[in-house]
Design a protein around this ligand. Structure first.
Ligand SMILES: [Fe+2]
Ligand SMILES: [Fe+2]
Length: 240
């Protein structure tokens, strides 16, 4: 599947302006992830996890700055700020995919399971993007640098999940996997419903509207032009 998508990814990353905008989006996702992890550090009662969450949060903040800097450089080099009309987030998602972290729900176990899966997906994604940017050395270096941290995030979340939930770790991972799949299914269903709605409305426009337009034109032809006398005298004291 990954090798099938590679030509699509190369095409997606080829345009430097689109590349710049994608990196700016990634910067937003990383900054958002950093804020979520700082919040997780506030909420946890586990001292070791608090330390790790805080380090994780500062890594994500740093990633955000690295992505923003490179994205801005690319856009400045091409003297444009206007975004391409088509920006498919679902084809090249940032660190958390398209999902947001639910820090307050369920404690450290479910959070670590979610983080482990999304960090693993980020590591896979960034490896693909690193190859897809071709001869853009600076962007390639950006992905290579960030990838090392993502691999650490992926590993520590798995170890900590085994420590804080030794019995439920397998179940929590499956639950998180199912949650990601379910949200993916919902996004696809919403996209298909949008396309179907557009098709049905277009068909209605071309099939149902013409008879009414034709009838209106016929009725308009029967009307006499200009002012016409009322057919019956009206009571001048009445409102209508
Ligand atoms: Fe990151
Ligand atoms: Fe990360």
């Amino acid at each position: 599947m990954r090798s099938l998508l590679n030509p699509v990814q190369r095409w997606l990353w080829r345009d430097p302006v689109r590349r710049g905008h994608r990196l700016l989006r990634f910067a937003e996702v990383e900054a958002d992830g950093g804020r979520d992890l700082a919040r997780a550090a506030e909420l946890t009662a586990d001292a070791k996890l608090r330390r790790l969450y805080l380090r994780h949060a500062s890594d994500e903040q740093r990633h955000s700055e690295i992505f923003r800097q490179r994205g801005t450089e690319l856009l400045r080099a091409h003297r444009t700020q206007s975004e391409p009309a088509w920006q498919p987030d679902w084809l090249a998602p940032g660190e958390r995919g398209l999902d947001d972290v639910k820090v307050d729900a369920g404690g450290d176990g479910p959070l670590l399971a979610f983080l482990h899966l999304s960090e693993a997906a980020a590591a896979r994604g960034f490896t693909t993007y690193k190859e897809a940017v071709g001869d853009d050395h600076d962007t390639r270096t950006v992905f290579a640098t960030i990838l090392k941290d993502e691999e650490f995030h992926m590993t520590y979340t798995r170890h900590e999940l085994a420590r804080v939930s030794p019995r439920r770790q397998g179940w929590l991972l499956w639950k998180a996997r199912f949650g990601r799949l379910w949200k993916g299914y919902l996004r696809i269903a919403v996209a298909i419903a949008g396309v179907m709605g557009a098709i049905v409305l277009t068909l209605q426009y071309f099939i149902l509207l013409p008879p009414f337009a034709w009838a209106a034109k016929r009725a308009a032809k029967r009307e006499t032009e200009g002012w016409a006398a009322a057919s019956a005298p009206r009571d001048l004291k009445a409102q209508y």
